[in-house]
Structure formats: structure tokens, C-alpha cells
Design a protein around this ligand. Structure first.
Ligand code: SF4
Ligand code: SF4
Length: 411
């Protein structure tokens, strides 16, 4: 489509990027069919094409309103529209640019600003989040059911193997996952140990930066990215072969560090290298599958399992069809899941900031996941895991924990 960006943005890096994304869109509307919010709300402005149009208007100089902001806020940044788009429109990058400008121009009501601030503060601080979780677990029986359902039981991490192998890979620590589900990273470390790789756990670092970045706090997010690069870089220089991110919501961000830091002369090169080293567990397991397959305990009992592929895995990282064959090889009978491309409604802070839409998407997703009567649900992202687990009694786990457990049977 033709564009004529306003002088305030035209000659900036964001303006140039937004311009080339907008020009790629041919307004065909193919993306509407796979947009979860368009499906729920039926409003063109709550679909990708409408949002692109709104952002184009703002970038061309129109004054955004609270209504513009609302339609952008309702977007999950699930990027299902990118998967469907025949023109390769990078909607996710455009909405990051558009949202920031709209937020700066429109501002936030005090109550909304306070909610976003407290979300960022509590989720990014392990001590604050850990304390809140401990209090929540203690008082779970006294809490309203809809709050208590969000609080998972305490989970032991299990053993972290000693660093006995020469090949090393880093496991990036996230912000909420080590507190909520410490077994996920430990399970990844045990799987690595079985293929002759030692996992290095970096206590420094924490949030990958995705949470503030998608709340339009780009400078704050970049400060976090610099801190992570400083913490990880010495290990990269010592030959770490990869940086594994077990939460796909964080993995997609770390893989994008090169783009996020492209304008930072001091960090751009290191950020690009870190991004190139980032790996999802499915990439590591896929590359070592022959080695791992030989260690899997044979079982004749088939259990039904449903796999939920997070948007950040299938649409963000474009990793599709990698986990399912692993689970089948472990002896699970994978049940069919309708509309597997649709978001579960977790989407970072979305489930807190847009609870009605998030709950509707969760109900739809659980209906699809449980249609085949699975004994458990597997996924690849802590956000999806806790969001889905809050709405079902079916156990929801990270698939790497299931692989680790099955490998342990044969140890
Ligand atoms: S499918 Fe792609 S090109 Fe078509 S309207 Fe959507 S974003 Fe634009
Ligand atoms: S990112 Fe997801 S919610 Fe947002 S417009 Fe695209 S498909 Fe719709």
C-alpha cells in the first residue's frame, strides 16, 4: 500500500521499518480468518488489517485516540496473522512501533498506568514475585476460587547435573519461571547431560526484556537486554555453544536481540551474536534426537496427551511440528486439537490486562485441547502453562519435563 509518513517519524529507524512493513501489506484480508480477537469480536478494527490501517493513519500524522489505543491493546501480539499473510507483513514489529507512539500520545489513565507499573515491578523482581507466590500458596484456601486457581503447587526442581562435560550451553534464567516451575530448567539440564553437554545456569540476568518491551517500555527493556548480554557474554567468549531459553515467550525475544539493539552502537554486535546463539529446547532435542531416542525406555502403555504449541513457538519462532514427533516417540497418543494455531489468551501480561478476552480464549483452547480426553497437556511456555492450568484439572506440563521423566525411566 502507498504510504506518506509524517515528518516526526519519516527519517527515523522506526519510521523506515514501519514504512517498509506498511508497503508490504496489500490489504487482502487473508489474515482476518486466523486472528483470535477478530474471531471473538467481529470488528475489523480488532483484526490485523484494521489495526494496520489505524497505525498507518497515526504514522501519517493523524491524532490517535483512546479508541485507537484500545484496539491496539486488544491485540495479543500472537502473530498468527504473520503466519497467514501471503505478503510476509511483519505485523509484530509494526505493532511494537505503533503501540509505543500511540501510548506516548494518548497516555494512560492513572489506574491503568498503576496496574502496568505494578505488573512490571512484581513480575520482574524474583524476590517480590516469590514472596507474593509464597503468601498466595499459604492463603490459597482463603482466596476466591478464580484467584486461587492461578496459584500452582510448589514444585521441587530435582537435581542439576554436575558440570562434567566439556561442551557447555547456557540456560537463560527467566523472571517468573524459576520461581513458579524450577523443574523446567533442571529437566533441560538433565536432558543435556544425557547427550554429553553441561548446562551452565546464570544467576545474573533474569527477565529477557519481553515483558516491558510489549508494554511499550522499550528503553527499560533495552536496559534489561544490556544487563543480560553483560551476564552472558563472558560465557560466550569461553565457548558456550548455545543459549537455551526454555520458555518460548522469552526465546522469541532473545532470538530478536540483534533487532532490538540494532541502534545501540556499543551492544549491537554482541546482541546479534547472542540472538544467533539462542535456541528453543526443540532445536537442541531435534539435533540430538538419534542419541536421545536410543536412551528412551520402551513402553507399551499408551497415554493420551494433547500438545499446545504456544504462539511464540509456532508463529514467533516459526518452529512447527518439532515437539509432537518427540512426544509420539515417547509412547504418547497425541489427541487432535482443533484450531491449534489460535492463542490461548495468556500472551505475557494480556491475561491480566484483558481478562475477559483472555478467559474466553482460554475456555476455547481448553475445549479444543480436552476434546480427545487427554490424561495430560504439554506445552512449551510457562505463560501458557499457568494460564491453561488455572482453568482445568488436567495436568499441564512443559514437554521437556515429560521427556526428562521418560529418559529417567531408562537410567
Ligand atoms: S494478509 Fe498480509 S497483506 Fe493481507 S491484509 Fe493481512 S497483513 Fe495485509
Ligand atoms: S497479532 Fe494476533 S491478535 Fe494481533 S492482529 Fe495479529 S492475529 Fe490478531
Amino acid at each position: 500500500m502507498e504510504t506518506n509518513l509524517a515528518p516526526f517519524i519519516r527519517d527515523t529507524p522506526e519510521g523506515r521499518e514501519a514504512d517498509s512493513i506498511l508497503r508490504a501489506c496489500v490489504h487482502c484480508g487473508f489474515c482476518l480468518a486466523t486472528c483470535p480477537t477478530y474471531q471473538l469480536l467481529g470488528d475489523e478494527l480488532d483484526g490485523p488489517r484494521g489495526r494496520i490501517y489505524l497505525m498507518k493513519q497515526v504514522l501519517e500524522g493523524a491524532v490517535p485516540t483512546a479508541t485507537t489505543q484500545l484496539h491496539l491493546d486488544r491485540c495479543l501480539t500472537c502473530r498468527a496473522c504473520e503466519t497467514t499473510c501471503p505478503s510476509g507483513v511483519q505485523y509484530g514489529r509494526l505493532v511494537d512501533i505503533g503501540r509505543k507512539i500511540v501510548d506516548e500520545r494518548v497516555g494512560r489513565k492513572p489506574v491503568d498506568a498503576a496496574r502496568r507499573y505494578s505488573l512490571r515491578k512484581s513480575l520482574l523482581s524474583k524476590s517480590v514475585f516469590g514472596t507474593a507466590l509464597a503468601v498466595g500458596r499459604f492463603a490459597k484456601g482463603l482466596l476466591p476460587r478464580e484467584v486461587g486457581d492461578w496459584i500452582p503447587a510448589e514444585q521441587p526442581a530435582g537435581a542439576w547435573p554436575s558440570p562434567r562435560h566439556t561442551p557447555k550451553m547456557l540456560i537463560a534464567r527467566g523472571c517468573v519461571q524459576p520461581v513458579l516451575a524450577p523443574n523446567i530448567d533442571a529437566a533441560m539440564a538433565r536432558v543435556l547431560d544425557r547427550i554429553g553437554i553441561s548446562a551452565v545456569q546464570i544467576e545474573a540476568g533474569g527477565c529477557c526484556g519481553a515483558l516491558p518491551y510489549h508494554l511499550s517500555e522499550h528503553d527499560y527493556a533495552r536496559a534489561i537486554v544490556r544487563r543480560n548480554i553483560d551476564a552472558w557474554w563472558p560465557h560466550v567468549e569461553r565457548g558456550a555453544e548455545a543459549i537455551i531459553v526454555t520458555a518460548s515467550g522469552c526465546g522469541v525475544m532473545v532470538k530478536d536481540y540483534g533487532h532490538v539493539m540494532a541502534q545501540d552502537a556499543a551492544y549491537a554486535e554482541k546482541a546479534a551474536k547472542i540472538g544467533a546463539l539462542a535456541r528453543d529446547p526443540s532445536e537442541i532435542v531435534g539435533a540430538a534426537w538419534d542419541q536421545l531416542a536410543a536412551k528412551i525406555a520402551r513402553t507399551h502403555a499408551t497415554t493420551k496427551l494433547a500438545f499446545h504449541s504456544p504462539c511464540t513457538l509456532q508463529h514467533g519462532m516459526k518452529i512447527r511440528g518439532q515437539v509432537e514427533p518427540v512426544l509420539e516417540a515417547l509412547g504418547f497418543n497425541l489427541t487432535p486439537v482443533a484450531d491449534a494455531h489460535l492463542c490461548c489468551g495468556s500472551a505475557g501480561t494480556y491475561s491480566v490486562l484483558q481478562p475477559e478476552l483472555a478467559n474466553a480464549l482460554k475456555a476455547n483452547k481448553l475445549r479444543a485441547l480436552e476434546a480427545g480426553g487427554p490424561a495430560q497437556i504439554a506445552t512449551a511456555n510457562i505463560g501458557c502453562l499457568t494460564h491453561l492450568a488455572s482453568g482445568t484439572r488436567t495436568p499441564v506440563r512443559h514437554w521437556i519435563e515429560i521427556l526428562d521423566e521418560r529418559l529417567a525411566l531408562n537410567a
